[in-house]
Write a protein that binds this ligand. Structure first.
Ligand code: IDP
Ligand code: MG
Length: 149
């Protein structure tokens, strides 16, 4: 099954929205297989966001993502990557659909509450940046047969 990395970003932590974000993704049916509360270092931020190095918003992005601890979570499920991206909403919250996390709870791109991997490969790469293999749990829920066909 697909794995996707979610970061509940500093603005969501500061605003007390971690539970709200987690709850929306959990209620989607996705299974949590790893969590960690982590203060992202400058180095980790640059590694995680390496694709954006050199862009005008990159320094601000590094400042933002390192400004408070974040909650890192790996979700697992069929189509987990696209399902989470759909629930998270467009990068710019002002343009995100109502009903999405960013569309309901955010207003600016630089304060968009949550990170979600953008592909299956990113899900694997980013999960491995934030977690050791021993911190990722393979488990089944009794409700799984009512979520996954
Ligand atoms: P994504 O988070 O929806 O995948 P990306 O384009 O990968 O969006 O950008 C990564 C993060 O960088 C965004 O979530 C946002 O926090 C920040 N970011 C992207 N573009 C801008 C911008 O134009 N201004 C400020 N921050 C930006
Ligand atoms: Mg991205």
């Amino acid at each position: 099954m697909e794995k996707t990395l979610v970061l509940i970003k500093p603005d969501a932590m500061q605003r007390g929205l971690a539970g709200e974000v987690l709850s929306r993704l959990e209620r989607r049916g996705l299974r949590i297989i790893a969590t960690k509360f982590v203060q992202i270092s400058d180095e980790l931020a640059r590694q995680h966001y390496s694709e954006h190095e050199g862009k005008p918003f990159f320094p601000g992005l590094v400042d933002y993502i390192t400004s408070s601890p974040v909650l890192a979570v790996i979700f697992e499920g069929t189509n987990a990557v696209s399902a989470v991206r759909a629930t998270v909403g467009s990068t710019n919250p002002a343009e995100a659909n109502a009903g999405t996390i960013r569309g309901d709870l955010g207003i600016e791109t630089g304060r968009n509450l949550v990170h979600a991997s953008d592909s299956v490969e990113s899900g694997i790469r980013e999960s491995n940046i934030f977690f050791d293999q021993s911190e990722i749990y393979s488990w089944n829920r009794s409700i799984d047969e009512w979520v996954f066909e």
